[in-house]
Design a protein around this ligand. Structure first.
Ligand code: PEP
Length: 251
């Protein structure tokens, strides 16, 4: 099955109001003629409202980097799926390795966030990935298989069209050291096999699996040529219009 490439930029805790709006204005012009791939940016919470307005009417979708696992109520400091939808956000990241590692988010919490994101009408990108230590001790498949299986617990096949998986080896994020095409291919093939076991082959075949970890203009085409790699989740190289547009327009 041919899956539409999905290129996404995770700004993390970078940029400010002015530079974020300028970046999105440049992106909306730059992707105006690009209909054969999906494009999204993930700004910090406080800028979402304004970035959504700056991107309105364009091919650029706007997502949040996180959400609360509860619907509403006494959860100081948290932001719900409904609030994100209310300001026009359509996508959300769950389980980014920085959330897992720096803020102690485990598989069960990630699963509750996936459930809440879907219930709130969002498209969820569930991130999985192994550390260097886990790779070196041959536990890559065990770790990413567990993160995927637990992250999708209780999610029915009908919801999969609003799920994307991002395979992001932790050792490749922000390090300048991307996975080789062979490593990415192996991991993505494995993840698709796990999805096939959890659902069925048809469902597994339709779901997009992005690669993330030091994707740059000069390595994106090779990564995107790997079977089972359906897109990229980009950190550092998504902070500048020229580099992110070069990634979006890879040939
Ligand atoms: C990320 O933030 O998910 C990421 C992959 O970052 P970078 O592209 O900078 O490695």
């Amino acid at each position: 099955m041919k899956r539409k490439p999905f290129l996404a930029g995770n700004w993390k805790m970078n940029l400010d109001r002015k530079s974020g709006v300028e970046l999105v204005r440049a992106l909306r012009d730059g992707v105006a003629g690009v209909g054969d791939r999906d494009v999204a940016v993930f700004p910090p919470f406080v800028y979402l409202d304004e970035i959504v307005r700056a991107a309105a009417g364009s091919n650029v979708r706007v997502g949040a980097q996180n959400l609360c696992d509860e619907k509403n109520g006494a959860f100081t400091g948290e932001v719900s799926a409904e609030m994100l939808r209310d300001v026009g956000v359509t996508h959300v990241l769950v389980g980014h390795s920085e959330r897992r590692q720096l803020y102690g988010e485990g598989d069960e919490l990630c699963n509750r966030k996936v459930v809440r994101g879907l219930a709130g009408g969002l498209h969820v990108i569930l991130c999985v990935g192994e550390t260097l230590e886990e790779r070196d001790s041959n536990r890559t498949e065990h770790v990413i298989g567990r993160q995927l299986t637990k992250g999708l617990a209780g999610i029915d096949a009908g919801s999969l069209e609003r799920i994307t998986i991002a395979y992001e080896p932790v050792w490749a994020i922000g390090t300048g050291r991307n996975a080789t095409t062979a490593q990415a291919g192996e991991a993505h093939r494995y993840l698709r096999g796990v999805l096939s076991g959890l659902y069925d082959e048809r469902a597994a075949d339709s779901i997009r699996i992005q690669y993330g970890g030091s994707v740059k203009p000069d390595n994106v085409a090779a990564l995107m040529a790997v079977p089972d790699v359906d897109g990229a989740l980009v950190g550092g190289a998504s902070l500048k219009a020229d580099s992110f547009l070069a990634i979006v327009r890879y040939k």
